[in-house]
Ligand binder design. Structure first.
Ligand SMILES: Cc1cc2nc3c(=O)[nH]c(=O)nc-3n(C[C@H](O)[C@H](O)[C@H](O)COP(=O)(O)OP(=O)(O)OC[C@H]3O[C@@H](n4cnc5c(N)ncnc54)[C@H](O)[C@@H]3O)c2cc1C
Length: 430
C-alpha cells in the first residue's frame, strides 16, 4: 500500500475501549504513522499546529487531494496549539469576521464525531462582564447583530449573573463594579492538544504524511513559483505550498524572499493554578481600560487564565514576572476567592499579531504559495474554519467569499477589519 492511501487504524468506539480493556490495553495501534519525508509532494503545509493539521485534513477529506505532507519543526501541539487557554466563541461583530467564526463554531459542535476523537468540546457559555452603561450599549449592538445573523447571544442583568456565577466580586466599591454580562451560551472550551491529535490522526488515516522534527530552513524559488523547500530532513519539492506557522510567519515569508508582512510576533502567557473543587462552570472574561482577563476551570480542576500580551516582541516561549503580577491582580479583583490559590505553571506562545487584529487566508505574490496567518490570540477557536477555507483556497486557487476579505491587499485598499478598534498597534489588541 502506498503511504498516500487511507490507513487502517482502530476506530475509537465504546466497543474498542471495552475490547482493549479486556486485553490489558496492549493492543491499541499507533494514532498516526511516523513516515520518512518523500522527495516530492503535491501539497506541502508548513506548520503542524492546529491550522496546518486542519488544512491537511480538509484537503484530503473535502477536496480528495492526495500526496499531502505537513512539515513540523518540533512536535505536534508544541506551538500555540498546545499553549492556549482553549476558549471557543463566535461573538464577532464585523461583517468580515462574523460568518467565518460562526462557521467555525458550527464545525466545533460536530468535531469529535467528525474526527472520531474526543476533543472535549464543552459548550459551557462565554460570559463577558459589563462594567458601564456604555459597555452594555456596545454589547447590545454586537449581540443583537449576532442574533440577526444567525448566532446566539444574550444580555444578562445583575440578578441573572449573580445566580449563575455567585462568587464574582459584586461589591459596590469593587475595583471593577459589575452591572451585567453579555453571554454566548454555545461558546466554551475544548482540550487543545486533543484537537491537534484528532486532526493529525484523521488526516493520517486519509493518507497525509505528518512529518515531525522537520524544520523548513529555506525556500527555493523558480521565478514566481516555489520549487522546493529546504528542510532539516532534506529537500522536498512541492506543487503547492501553504504556510501555517503562526508566530513564525514573518521568518518563512522572508525565506521566500517576500520582504515584510503586516505582522508582529508578540508573546502571550497563560497560567494554571493547582486543582480546585468545582468553582467556575463557565468562561468568564472582562476587559476595562488597560485590564484584560479571562478564566475557566479545566476538567482536572485547575483554574486556566490569561491576560494581556507581554508588551514586547519576542520568539521566546516563556513567561515573565510582571505579567504574573498583572494577571494575578486582575484575577483577585474579579474573583477574590482566588487570593490564596497557588499558581502551578505559566508559559508563553508566540502570537502572529496582524495590524488590524484579523487574519490572512490568501494567495500571495508567488503563484503556488498560500498564506494562513495573523491569528493574534484568537486562532484556537478559528482552527476548524481556518483549515476548511484554507484547504478550499489551495485546492481551487480562489478564495471562498467568506474569506475573500482576509487578504493582504486590504491594507492597500484601506478596508481593514479592525474588530478591536485598536488600529495598527498590536499591543493594544489585548
Ligand atoms: C497563551 C495563549 C493563549 C491563547 N488563548 C486562546 C484562546 O483562548 N482562544 C483562541 O481562540 N486562541 C487562543 N490563542 C491563540 C491560538 O493558540 C493561536 O492563534 C493558534 O494556536 C495559532 O495557530 P496554530 O495552532 O496553527 O499555531 P502553532 O501551534 O503555533 O503552529 C505553528 C507551527 O509551525 C511550526 N513551525 C514554525 N516554523 C517552522 C518551520 N520553519 N518549519 C516547520 N515548522 C515550523 C511551529 O513549530 C508550530 O508548531 C492563545 C495563544 C496563546 C499563546
Amino acid at each position: 500500500m502506498s503511504s498516500f492511501e487511507c490507513t487502517d487504524m482502530t476506530r475509537y468506539s465504546a466497543w474498542s475501549v471495552f475490547k482493549n480493556g479486556l486485553t490489558g490495553q496492549r493492543n491499541w495501534g499507533r494514532a498516526w504513522r511516523d513516515p520518512e519525508p518523500k522527495p516530492q509532494y503535491d501539497i506541502v503545509i508548513v506548520g503542524g499546529g492546529l491550522h496546518g493539521l486542519a488544512t491537511a485534513y480538509y484537503l484530503a477529506k473535502n477536496h480528495g487531494q492526495k500526496r499531502i505532507a505537513v512539515l513540523e519543526k518540533g512536535w505536534l501541539g508544541g506551538g500555540n496549539a498546545g499553549r492556549n487557554t482553549t476558549i471557543v466563541r463566535s461573538n464577532y461583530f464585523m461583517p468580515g469576521n462574523r460568518a467565518f467564526y460562526e462557521h467555525s463554531l458550527t464545525l466545533w459542535e460536530e468535531l469529535s464525531h467528525e474526527l472520531n476523537y474526543n476533543v472535549m468540546f464543552s459548550q459551557r457559555a462565554h460570559i463577558s462582564l459589563l462594567h458601564s452603561p456604555a459597555a452594555r450599549d456596545a454589547a447590545a449592538r454586537r449581540y443583537n447583530t449576532m442574533r440577526l445573523s444567525g448566532s446566539d447571544g444574550e444580555l444578562w442583568d445583575l440578578p441573572t449573573l449573580k445566580a449563575a456565577v455567585p462568587h464574582l466580586n459584586y461589591a459596590e466599591d469593587a475595583r471593577f463594579p459589575i452591572i451585567g454580562a453579555a453571554v454566548q451560551r454555545r461558546a466554551g472550551t475544548a482540550r487543545h492538544d486533543a484537537v491537534a491529535w484528532g486532526y493529525a490522526r484523521a488526516a493520517d488515516q486519509l493518507g497525509v504524511d505528518i512529518i515531525q522534527n522537520c524544520e523548513v530552513t529555506g525556500v527555493q524559488r523558480d521565478g514566481d513559483n516555489v520549487s522546493r523547500l529546504q528542510t532539516s530532513r532534506g529537500d522536498i519539492a512541492a506543487g503547492k505550498v501553504g504556510f501555517a506557522v503562526a508566530g513564525h510567519t514573518s521568518r518563512l515569508w522572508q525565506m521566500a524572499g517576500l520582504g515584510n508582512l503586516p505582522i508582529e510576533s508578540h508573546k502571550l502567557q497563560a497560567f494554571v493554578s493547582e486543582p480546585l473543587k468545582p468553582l467556575l462552570d463557565q468562561v468568564v472574561v472582562f476587559g476595562v481600560g488597560g485590564a484584560h482577563f479571562y478564566i475557566s476551570q479545566s476538567d482536572k480542576g485547575g483554574m486556566v487564565f490569561g491576560g494581556d500580551l507581554d508588551w514586547y516582541k519576542s520568539y521566546a516561549q516563556r513567561g515573565n514576572l510582571p505579567i504574573v503580577q498583572d494577571v494575578a491582580e486582575a484575577a483577585t479583583s474579579i474573583l477574590p476567592c482566588l487570593g490564596r490559590v497557588r499558581l502551578l505553571r505559566h508559559w508563553s506562545g508566540v502570537m502572529d499579531m496582524s495590524m488590524d487584529g484579523s487574519a490572512f487566508i490568501c494567495k500571495t505574490p508567488l503563484s503556488n504559495l498560500y498564506l494562513n496567518a495573523g491569528w493574534n490570540y484568537g486562532g484556537f477557536k478559528a482552527s476548524p474554519a481556518s483549515g476548511w477555507y484554507f484547504a478550499d483556497l489551495i485546492a481551487n486557487d480562489r478564495p471562498d467569499p467568506v474569506i475573500a476579505h482576509f487578504d493582504l491587499k486590504r491594507f492597500e485598499r484601506g478596508v481593514v477589519i479592525d474588530e478591536r478598534g485598536a488600529g495598527p498597534d498590536p499591543k493594544l489588541h489585548g
